[in-house]
Design a protein around this ligand. Structure first.
Ligand code: ZN
Length: 159
């Protein structure tokens, strides 16, 4: 079977940045599943999956515009340490949810200088060119319910 629109695809992946550093990977023996052709994964990867056969391995390089978008400097903001109130431990790389005028966002502390704390609301992979090693493990028909919902139902995920 081949990857085609509205098929459920299971694949293993390793994700590296442009310097070859591993950023993420699927757990061994636990491939990631998605419904193909409905935007369930980043566009550049979905495009590269089209027509692949079960067992096929390939590499794909996805530029930011086909992944998590460019890094937007407007989403980087300097705030005063006093904004954190009682929270005493403030460290580089800490991530938390904040309310903004466009809804809740995850921000990351990217710089701390004296009283100034710099927050970055970009996706952590924004601006990154992503290098994927992919192996297609399975392709199957979706259940009518999965097709109707537009996503895969797995263990513990039947919403
Ligand atoms: Zn559902």
């Amino acid at each position: 079977m081949q990857v085609a629109r509205n098929m459920v695809v299971a694949f293993e992946y390793q994700l590296k940045d442009a310097f070859g550093e591993v950023l993420d990977s699927s757990e061994k023996g636990e491939p990631m599943e998605y419904l193909h052709g409905v935007g369930g994964i980043i566009p550049g990867l979905e495009k590269a999956m089209e027509g692949r056969a079960v067992g096929e391995s390939f590499q794909v390089i996805v530029p930011p515009e086909d992944a998590y978008g460019p890094h937007n400097p407007k989403m980087v903001q300097k705030v005063s340490r006093s904004n954190f109130g009682d929270q005493k431990e403030i460290e580089l790389g800490m991530r938390f949810r904040v309310q903004t005028n466009i809804g809740p966002r995850i921000v990351t502390i990217v710089d701390i200088e004296g009283d100034d704390v710099t927050l970055d609301g970009n996706h952590e992979l924004a601006g990154e060119t992503l290098h994927f090693d992919i192996t297609v493990r399975n392709v199957r028909q979706p259940t009518p319910e999965e097709l109707e919902h537009g996503h895969v139902h797995g263990p513990g995920c039947n919403h």
